[in-house]
Design a protein around this ligand. Sequence first.
Ligand SMILES: O=C(O)c1ccccc1N[C@@H]1O[C@H](COP(=O)(O)O)[C@@H](O)[C@H]1O
Length: 241
Amino acid sequence: MSLEIKICGLSTPETLEAALEAGADMVGMVFFARSPRHLDLARAAGLAAQVRGRAQIVALSVDADDAALAGIVAAIHPDLLQLHGAEDPARIRAIRARFGLPVMKAIGIGGAQDLAVLPAYAAAADRLLLDAKPPKDAVLPGGNGVAFDWNLLTGPNLAGLDLTRPFMLSGGLDPDNVGAAVRLIQPGGVDVSSGVERAPGIKDPDRIAAFVRAAREASALAASGPADPARPSPARETRPS
Ligand SMILES: O=C(O)c1ccccc1N[C@@H]1O[C@H](COP(=O)(O)O)[C@@H](O)[C@H]1O
């Protein structure tokens, strides 16, 4: 299975085009007013029209209510809803049922204890996104350019978890470190925002291209031999079909 690459927080036609031309599988649009990547619905609809049929459109929200989600869905017709707040498994199930769209739930990982919740979320969501926990003083629950200890996701820590679909990895990834992350963990996908920016909210086309290239190269290398022999390769699954 090939690595899925998501570039998140795109907000201009030019940088969106850079992500599509680089070969991103998913592009993320942020609907969270406190974020420098926040999009209003009209602008997002224009960007979505540019993407349609070329990559999956991911709508990122944070504890959004049904009315807000309905507005987002109507405006951009996303392929996937990324929930990046404190949505619990019941809320995830309710959103899936109401909107008929697959859901990717972001889970903050700070230590081994945070892995315990994964099976419950894996049973409710279509995908999991394993992200760093935000720093204490952070304004945003994600998109902070902070990584967590990837070793938490290697062999013994994941061994007891009933994960049945590929998870995505995020948090502080960039063109220089994504290769190491992919080789170590062999995730189903990688997701980046800050690491391909030149300033908060300003994406850099060269960094986007470099990120995709580095991730693909590492994925090809990892496919030729797992870095972690205790881990089933290439990635585990998180939800029965
Ligand atoms: O990008 C944002 O502004 C954002 C806002 C609120 C929640 C999540 C957000 N981004 C997501 O955070 C992770 C990690 O981002 P980074 O690469 O460390 O900057 C990623 O999944 C983004 O989709």
